[in-house]
Write a protein that binds this ligand. Structure first.
Ligand SMILES: NC(=O)c1ccc[n+]([C@@H]2O[C@H](COP(=O)([O-])OP(=O)(O)OC[C@H]3O[C@@H](n4cnc5c(N)ncnc54)[C@H](OP(=O)(O)O)[C@@H]3O)[C@@H](O)[C@H]2O)c1
Length: 241
């Protein structure tokens, strides 16, 4: 791993799921911060990264491919993982486990997921959020498209690992120009999160900046856009600058 103490510059960062919407923003932010980037995405999605092919190293593989992940994370100071619960073959937990098992000792590991993941059971969800999560989760599983329970299992494994992890829990996402670093709370239900909206580009920024923020180690911040009404109304001083 690189010895630099400067944030970003000179670091080698692996982005697992680099070709997706969030993944591309992760790559963009990491490059802007002067990092060397290794991206993992499915073989068939490599063309989605054509415009970045000269700037990053791309490994074509499913993200739960342990051999490919071992190769991708070797020598990396940080691994940013887009955790997605596709299919019914334990894709999310397989991805998380591969990263946990193969990342360099001392590497910063940052994972994405949604507010529906609770680390300690102290999140307070609105009736509407619970209803939508239950219906969408059930329909997606019946259609054999998505297995939300496996994303829960993936995060459980991360939470119980002794790696230097952060799990960044995203609100509903939208596209648009960056508005700055999202604000966050320890638990869903905090009034600061009430607007439930974050720009995807800012979600990625939060994950990349988490690499250099040791106060986020072993935490699962729930984030919201910094210009949303709830953030503007409730952001504590430390997060409003
Ligand atoms: N969408 C939201 O509103 C929302 C809200 C809160 C949190 N999040 C979190 O944000 C993260 C990114 O989610 P996103 O919705 O924004 O999507 P996204 O960034 O577009 O990412 C989707 C990822 O899934 C991969 N993928 C798609 N179909 C697949 C398949 N059949 N098998 C394996 N991989 C497949 C994509 O890879 P390819 O490029 O190869 O297709 C891509 O890496 C996730 O961790 C999610 O839990 C999302």
């Amino acid at each position: 791993m690189s010895k630099t103490a400067k944030p970003g510059v000179g670091k080698r960062i692996c982005v697992i799921g680099a070709s997706g919407k969030l993944g591309r923003y992760l790559v963009q932010h990491a490059l802007e911060r002067g990092c060397e980037v290794v991206g993992v995405c499915r073989e068939k999605s490599i063309p989605k990264l054509d415009d970045l092919a000269d700037c990053i190293t791309i490994i074509g593989a499913h993200t739960d491919d342990r051999t490919a992940i071992a190769r991708a994370v070797a020598g990396c100071d940080a691994v940013l993982t887009v955790l997605v619960p596709w299919g019914l073959n334990h894709y999310a937990s397989g991805t998380a486990q591969a990263v946990l098992d193969h990342a360099e000792p001392g590497a910063r590991l940052v994972f994405s997921c949604g507010w529906h993941i609770s680390r300690d059971g102290k999140d307070v969800y609105s009736r509407g959020f619970k209803l939508v999560s239950a219906v969408v989760g059930r329909l997606a599983k019946l259609a054999r498209v998505i297995d939300v329970a496996d994303q829960v299992e993936a995060c459980r494994r991360v939470f119980t690992s002794d790696t230097l992890w952060t799990v960044v829990r995203g609100s509903d996402l939208e596209e648009g120009a960056g508005q700055g670093l999202p604000v966050w709370a320890e638990h869903v239900g905090d009034p600061i999160l009430a607007s439930n909206r974050t720009r995807r580009i800012d979600y990625a920024r939060f994950m990349v900046e988490a690499v250099d923020n040791d106060t986020l180690i072993h935490r699962a911040p729930a984030i919201v856009g910094r210009l949303t009404p709830s953030a503007l109304a409730y952001a504590p001083d430390g997060q409003s600058g």
